[in-house]
Design a protein around this ligand. Structure first.
Ligand code: MG
Length: 287
């Protein structure tokens, strides 16, 4: 069995909605600790406007601080062409773009229709690839949207196809508000696989209703090769409700895979220590 790839999203997705704003040194320290625990693909920050998301200000300095780490991928989220310019200036090794399967979510979250968002991201992807920088895609609200309600495969599959066509090396399927079930996961993965195969698909499951782990394992068992997780389970979605549990915790997935004999090359003790440390930095109760 090939090794499952874990994409650690804590330093970006995990921190972006936290009340306590961490400085770039602490965020770089988080990336450093995650790398030391064995994580090879880490989303280190975002090039969004610091007045909108102060939690991720100075991502260029985080990148500079962790440039000596030999990660397989350090990924920086970019919301538009201007963000890509800043990411390229900062030497981002990889970038990520994001759009929701729900048109209303795109209009509310990024102020653009899905069509307009895809046009912008196609330009971003083309410019990134021309600069030799690989692009990851996030397709969010795969099972449900806080504004539209249920989302179907018929909305998700064309978005995944569009992101792969624009050159994304992988598209991560995100259950942004954490409403999916294992049965829905099974059906969606089958529908996506029928359209584009599984090699370039990842899952990004949220734990809002306690199903992040089972949904992720369901997808992995169907042959999805990669999963996004966040150390300490950091990262709710502001649209999923105040204080909603967010991303599946990296340590939960690593522990579950180890129990199933699918060991990943991550030091669970070091990872758990890192979760405890960052939760203290954020003044959360430890898990
Ligand atoms: Mg997330």
């Amino acid at each position: 069995m090939s090794t499952i790839r874990i994409v650690e999203v804590g330093p970006r997705d995990g921190l972006q909605n936290e009340r306590r704003v961490l400085g770039h040194q602490t965020r770089a320290e988080l990336v450093r600790r995650l790398a030391a625990a064995g994580l090879r693909e880490i989303e280190v920050g975002s090039m969004v406007r610091p007045d909108l998301v102060p939690q991720l200000a100075d991502t260029d300095r985080v990148l500079a601080d962790v440039a000596d780490l030999s990660l397989d991928r350090s990924i920086v989220l970019v919301p538009n062409r201007r963000g890509l310019e800043r990411a390229l200036e900062a030497g981002a090794p990889a970038v990520a773009v994001f759009a929701a399967a729900s048109d209303t979510f795109n209009r509310r979250n990024i102020g653009r229709s899905t069509e307009d968002a895809l046009a912008e991201f196609a330009a971003v992807a083309a410019a990134a690839l021309a600069a030799g920088v690989p692009v990851r895609g996030y397709a969010s609200t795969i099972f449900g949207c806080p504004f539209e309600g249920a989302v179907t495969s018929a909305q998700v599959v064309p978005l995944v196809e569009a992101m792969l066509e624009m050159g994304c090396y992988e598209v991560s399927l995100g259950d942004t508000i954490g409403v999916g079930t294992p049965e829905q996961t099974h059906l969606l993965v089958e529908d996506v696989a029928r359209a584009v195969g599984l090699e370039r698909i990842a899952v990004h499951m949220h734990d809002t209703q306690g199903r992040g782990l089972i949904n992720t394992l369901t997808a992995l068992d169907l042959g999805v090769p990669a999963a996004d997780t966040s150390v300490g389970g950091l990262g709710g979605c502001p649209f999923a409700g105040e204080g909603a549990t967010g991303n599946l915790a990296t340590e939960s997935l690593v522990a579950a895979l180890a129990q199933r004999g699918q060991a990943v090359d991550v030091d669970l003790a070091a990872l758990t220590d890192t979760a405890d440390w960052i939760l203290r930095e954020l003044a959360h109760d430890p898990t």
